[in-house]
Structures are given as C-alpha cells and as structure tokens.
Design a protein around this ligand. Structure first.
Ligand SMILES: NC(=O)c1ccc[n+]([C@@H]2O[C@H](COP(=O)([O-])OP(=O)(O)OC[C@H]3O[C@@H](n4cnc5c(N)ncnc54)[C@H](O)[C@@H]3O)[C@@H](O)[C@H]2O)c1
Length: 258
C-alpha cells in the first residue's frame, strides 16, 4: 500500500458501516492515506474482512462491532478506540439503510428502526466522540447523508426524512463546535452501486428497468461507485477542507443540479 499522498498520515479514523459498500471504500482509502482505521459495523464479520483487506495492503486497520442505534454500544466503540489507539481525529458516521415506501405504507416499527440507525446513530456517534475531540483540541466529523436529504425521491419518505435530518444536524453541530476546532460536514451521494442496491435490484420485478430508471435520474447517466463517494469523504475528513464546515457536499452525478 502506498502512502505517497498521506493526507491522513498519523490520524485515527473511525468509520461506521465500515464493513460494506461506501464505508468499506472509505476505510481502504483512508488507510492508503496513512490513517489508522477502525472499521465499525453491526456485522462483525464484514468489519473483519475490511480490516483484513487493509492489513493485507500493509495498512493499519482494526475491526469493531457496533450497533450505532444503541448508546452503550457506541460509547464502548469510542472508549475502545481511545484505549487502543489513543485518540479519534476523524469520525465518519456512515452506517445506514433504506427501504421503499410512502408515508402511508410505512409501518411505525420500520420508521422507528430507520430513524434509530440513520439519524439517532449519527447523534450517538457525535455525542460520544465530540468530548474526545474537544480534549484533543479538534477533529473532523463527516456524516453520510444522501441526495434524498436535499430533494424528494418518490417512495422513500422515511429515508428522505432521516437524511434531511442528518443534513440539518450537521449544520447545527458545525456552529456548536466551531470554537472547539471541530469541523462537521456531510456528503450527499446520488445512487451508488453497493450491496444496498444489489438487494433492491434483486427484489425488483424488472431489475434492468429499475436500473435504467435509476441511472436516468443522474444526468451523468450512470450510478456512482463507492470509491467515488470515498474521495469526497476524504476531502471533508482531511485538512484539504480546512475552510469547510457545515456543508453538504453533493457527489451525485448531477442528480440535484436539476
Ligand atoms: N448506496 C447508495 O446509493 C447510497 C446513496 C446515498 C446515501 N447512501 C448512504 O450511504 C451509507 C452507506 O450505504 P451503502 O450504500 O454503503 O450500504 P451498505 O448496505 O453496503 O453498507 C451499510 C453498512 O452499514 C452497516 N449497518 C447497518 N445498520 C447498522 C447499525 N445499526 N450499526 C452499525 N452498522 C450498521 C451494514 O451492516 C453495512 O455494512 C448509508 O448511510 C446510506 O444511507 C447510500
């Protein structure tokens, strides 16, 4: 693994949802950039696979099991990271999921579960990490929102609400912690080829038609790749974005440019 650029050299970075898709791509890129990476995921095996991939490329990677919707689990993730690695410079609150439904079709239990992972999970990650960053004199937090938090997407009411909440909380937190040397930003991806979409395609009546419809929402004419989103997250996480806080960076093939 080459550390030529080393934009995160010496930094400790925690990435939730690090076992799959965008989170896995972020872990691998951050390690290439010199970071010690904690791949944290509710799926412990997938987090292990990410850590192994990092180690096999001579990077620094650790796997951790976490359920971001549970305060005690998140508190332990933060405590263990500080015990093992001494600090947390970057937190990427990336764990999340979605489902297709209008408000009327959405069951209350499904609404609660989505909010507890996509929105409360970001709150809990920040709640336990910000005090560590304050003690250190600063840090960078990147939340994975979505284009669906900026514009309406049909049949995704709860998901849109959760990601709109992430964007609003990002802005509020940026103001609350600017004096602590902590920058807080979010990334707003368009549709990305990840296991998340593999599931959606697999369940579709006509997967090819669904793919064409999703591609057509992006003026660039295709879905994104996890590695393309990871580049945006790297920018927000690193000192390259030292004058950026409270922003929602669109990496969406032009989806929200309409
Ligand atoms: N794929 C897309 O098109 C797309 C677009 C915009 C935003 N996003 C967002 O990007 C993030 C990552 O999505 P992805 O596409 O890589 O999906 P993914 O399903 O490939 O990965 C999500 C990861 O989060 C983990 N996770 C789920 N619930 C968790 C919990 N309670 N605690 C800890 N980990 C948990 C899963 O185990 C999985 O490893 C999500 O927040 C998603 O909403 C995805």
């Amino acid at each position: 693994m080459s550390n030529d650029a080393g934009r995160l050299e010496g930094k400790v970075c925690v990435v939730t949802g690090g076992g799959s898709g965008i989170g896995r791509a972020v872990c691998l890129l951050f390690a290439q950039e010199g970071a010690a990476v904690v791949a944290a995921d509710v799926n412990a095996e997938s987090a292990e696979r990410t850590a192994e991939a990092i180690l096999s490329q001579d990077g620094r990677g650790t796997a951790m099991e976490v359920d971001v919707s549970q305060a005690e689990s998140v508190r332990r993730m933060v405590e263990s990271t500080v015990e093992e690695l001494g600090r947390i410079d970057v937190l990427v609150n990336n764990a999340g999921f979605g489902f297709a439904a209008t408000v009327v079709e959405t069951e209350e239990a499904d609404w609660d579960r989505l909010m507890s992972v996509n929105l409360k999970g970001v709150y809990l990650g920040c709640k336990y990490t910000v005090p560590v960053m304050i003690r250190q004199g600063g840090g960078s937090i990147v939340n994975t929102a979505s284009a669906a938090g900026l514009v309406g997407v049909p049949d995704r009411a709860a998901y849109c609400a959760s990601k709109g909440g992430v964007i609003a909380m990002t802005r509020a937190m940026a103001l609350d912690h600017v004096g602590d040397g902590i920058r807080v930003n979010c990334i707003a991806p368009g549709s990305v080829e990840s296991p998340y979409f593999d599931d959606i395609f697999a369940r579709a009546e006509d997967p090819a038609a669904l793919r064409r419809q999703m591609e057509s929402r992006h003026p660039i004419g295709r879905l994104g790749a996890p590695a393309e989103i990871a580049q945006g997250i790297l920018y927000l996480a690193s000192d390259d974005s030292s004058f950026v806080t409270g922003s929602a960076l669109s990496v969406d093939g032009g989806m929200t440019a309409h």
